[in-house]
Design a protein around this ligand. Structure first.
Ligand code: NAP
Length: 521
C-alpha cells in the first residue's frame, strides 16, 4: 500500500505510525495511508516564511505570473494520470475529474494573465496621492505589500485539485509562500498534483509545503503575519476561528463553508420556454455533478406553486434516467460518494429533511452499473418536495452534501421568494430564472446582501451560461453567514487576503518616486 508523504522544508517525509487510510469509494479497496505524526510543523513554517517568502517577494508580478503559467501547463500536461487518480480516490466520473483538474489549470492560467497585466511591480499602489496639509508637498498614499508570513490552505475533500490551485494561485501571485493541506480522504490527487508542480521546476525553494494527512498542531503555530484560507464545514471553520493563537495574533482568516444555495423560478416562466429548459438543466447538473458534493450545488428549488408539479415531474423524469455506478465506465454519469462517512451523513440528512418534506424520488435503492453487489458508497439522487403553506425548517438549515435537493412551492412574488431564500442564513450562490426585468431586479437587490454571487438565468444567456455551480476566477467566491463570511478569487480582489494595505504619509516627491508603478527598487 502506498504511503503518502508530506513535503516539508524541501524534503519528502512520511509521518510516523499507521495514520489514516484512503480508499476507492467504488470498490472500498484501500489505496494509501497518510500520517503527519512526528512532523515538525513549526520548522516547516519557519522554512516557508524565511526562504519561500523572501524568494517570492523578490519576484515581480509578471515573474510570478510566468511561474503560474508554467504550473498551469504542468497540470495540463499531466492531466490524464491525474484524472485516473481522481476516478479511483474521489469516485469522480471522467467529467467530474476534468471539472476539478481543468479548473485547477484554468485558475492558475487566469492568475498568470493577471500577473502579466500587473507588470514589473512588487506591490500595488491603491489610489492617488491625497494632499494632507496646506502644502501639496505633504501627501498620503496607500500601498498593498505581501505579508511577511505564510499562507496556510486547508481544503475540503470534494475539489482536491481545484481547491489547492485556486488558493495557491492567488497567494503566490500576491507573493506569499503556501502550505497546502488537502482533506485526507481524497488527498491522493493533491499529492500527485503537488509532485507535478514541484517537478516543473517553476517554484522557488520554500514556495510550497504540502501536508498529507491530519492537520495536527499546524494551525497552533501561526502568527500575526500569517494567513489561513480554510474550505470545509462550518463546524471545523468555527473551531479554527476560536483557536487561542488565531485570536491572540489576529491571524488573518478566510472561511469558505456550507451553503444552502437556491434556484428560483420566476412567475413569468412557462414550461415551453428556453429559460425553463436552462433552469431544469442547471438543477439537474448541480444535483448530479460530483454526486452533489459541491459547495455551490443547488439544494433548494423555489417554484411558483402553480408550476410545482410540472418541475417536480420533469426533474424526477431526468433523474430516473441517470446512470449511477462505476465512474470509470463511460456510460456512468454519477459515481459514489467520497467516503463511507459521507454516505452515512447523507443518509441521515435525507432522513432529517424527510421528517417534514415528501420524498418524490430516491426512497428505493438505485440500480448500479458495473459495481460488485454490496460494494461501494453509492447513493442515488433524492428529490424532495414541500408545497406552499407547508413548512420544513431543516430544508433551510441543514446542508445535505450529496445528490439531494428539495422543490419548494412559493406564491410567485419576489418578496416571498427572497424571504424563503433568506432562511438559509447566507450562502455562496443563488440563481434566478426569469425574463421579467422587474421581478429579476427585485430578486437581485433582495438576494445580493445574502450571497457572494448571483446567477441571473434568462433566455438571452441560455446558450452561454456556465450555470451557478461553476466558480470562476474572475468573480468572487464566498458568502456571508453560514457560508463562512469569506471571499476568494474575483481577479485582483482575491490578492488582498495576502497583502497588507498600508497608508504612507510623507513628501510627495519621495512617495511618488518610491511607489509609482514600474519602480521595482
Ligand atoms: P471538513 O470535515 O470540515 O474538513 C475540511 C478540512 O479541514 C479537511 O482538510 C480536514 O482535514 C481539515 N480539518 C479537520 N479538522 C480540522 C481542525 N481541527 N483544524 C484545521 N483543519 C481541520 O469538511 P469536508 O467534509 O472535507 O468538506 C465538506 C464541507 O465543505 C461541506 O460542508 C461543504 O459545503 C464545504 N465546502 C465548502 C466550499 C466553499 O468553497 N465554500 C467548497 C467545498 C466544500 P482531514 O480531512 O484531515 O480531517
Amino acid at each position: 500500500m502506498e504511503t503518502l508523504e508530506s513535503f516539508i522544508a524541501g524534503t519528502w517525509v512520511a509521518g510516523q505510525g499507521e495514520g489514516a487510510t484512503l480508499h476507492n469509494p467504488t470498490t472500498e479497496a484501500t489505496l494509501a495511508r497518510a500520517s503527519t505524526a512526528g512532523i515538525d510543523f513549526a520548522a516547516a513554517l519557519d522554512h516557508a516564511r524565511r526562504i519561500g517568502g523572501a524568494r517570492l517577494r523578490a519576484m515581480t508580478f509578471s515573474e510570478r505570473g510566468a511561474m503560474l503559467r508554467a504550473l498551469s501547463r504542468a497540470i495540463h500536461a499531466g492531466r490524464d494520470p491525474l484524472i485516473a487518480v481522481a476516478i479511483a480516490n474521489g469516485g469522480n466520473t471522467r467529467g467530474d475529474a476534468k471539472f476539478d483538474i481543468d479548473g485547477a489549470a484554468g485558475t492558475l492560467a487566469a492568475y498568470a494573465d493577471l500577473g502579466e497585466s500587473l507588470g514589473a511591480a512588487r506591490w500595488i499602489v491603491d489610489g492617488d496621492g491625497i494632499q494632507l496639509g496646506r502644502s501639496p508637498a505633504f501627501i498620503g498614499r496607500h500601498v498593498l505589500v505581501p505579508r511577511a508570513g505564510v499562507a496556510v490552505h486547508v481544503n475540503a475533500f470534494n475539489f482536491p485539485a481545484w481547491g489547492l490551485a485556486e488558493k495557491a494561485a492567488v497567494a503566490w501571485l500576491a507573493g506569499m509562500p503556501v502550505v497546502s493541506k488537502p482533506a485526507t480522504s481524497t488527498g491522493l490527487v493533491a499529492a500527485r498534483l503537488v509532485k507535478l508542480l514541484l517537478d516543473s521546476g517553476a517554484l522557488p525553494e520554500g514556495a510550497l509545503t504540502f501536508v498529507a494527512g491530519p492537520v495536527g498542531d499546524l494551525i497552533s503555530h501561526l502568527g500575526s503575519q500569517d494567513v489561513i484560507a480554510f474550505t470545509g464545514s462550518s463546524d471545523t471553520g468555527a473551531r479554527i476561528r476560536a483557536m487561542p493563537n488565531v485570536i491572540a495574533n489576529a491571524v488573518r482568516l478566510n472561511i469558505e463553508a456550507d451553503s444552502l444555495n437556491a434556484a428560483v423560478l420566476g412567475p413569468d416562466v412557462d414550461a415551453s420556454s428556453e429559460t425553463y429548459a436552462l433552469f431544469i438543466k442547471d438543477v439537474f447538473r448541480d444535483m448530479t455533478q460530483k454526486a452533489g458534493q459541491k459547495c455551490t450545488a443547488i439544494r433548494r428549488i423555489l417554484v411558483p406553486e402553480a408550476m410545482r408539479a410540472q418541475v417536480r415531474d420533469d426533474l424526477a423524469a431526468r433523474l430516473r434516467d441517470l446512470v449511477v455506478g462505476d465512474p470509470a465506465l463511460d456510460a456512468v454519469r454519477m459515481g459514489p460518494l467520497a467516503t463511507a462517512q459521507q454516505l452515512r451523513d447523507v443518509r441521515a440528512g435525507v432522513e432529517r429533511l424527510a421528517a417534514r418534506a415528501r420524498i418524490v424520488l430516491g426512497a428505493t435503492e438505485v440500480a448500479l452499473q458495473g459495481v460488485e453487489p454490496g460494494r461501494g458508497w453509492f447513493m442515488g439522487p433524492v428529490l424532495l418536495e414541500v408545497q406552499k403553506g407547508e413548512d420544513a425548517p431543516d430544508v433551510h438549515r441543514h446542508e445535505v452534501f450529496g445528490p439531494v435537493a428539495t422543490v419548494l412551492g412559493y406564491d410567485g412574488t419576489a418578496g416571498a421568494a427572497v424571504a424563503q431564500v433568506a432562511r438559509g442564513d447566507g450562502g455562496l450562490v443563488s440563481s434566478v430564472y426569469s425574463d421579467d426585468r422587474a421581478f429579476t431586479g427585485e430578486m437581485l437587490f433582495g438576494l445580493a446582501p445574502l450571497h457572494g454571487r448571483l446567477m441571473l438565468g434568462s433566455k438571452k444567456i441560455a446558450e452561454h451560461s456556465t450555470g451557478p455551480g461553476t466558480v470562476l476566477p474572475q468573480l468572487v467566491h464566498g458568502g456571508p453567514g453560514r457560508a463562512g463570511g469569506g471571499e476568494e478569487l474575483g481577479g485582483v480582489r482575491g490578492l488582498s487576503l495576502y497583502l497588507q494595505r498600508t497608508a504612507v504619509q510623507g513628501a510627495r516627491a519621495t512617495l511618488d518616486a518610491l511607489l509609482d508603478p514600474g519602480n521595482t527598487s
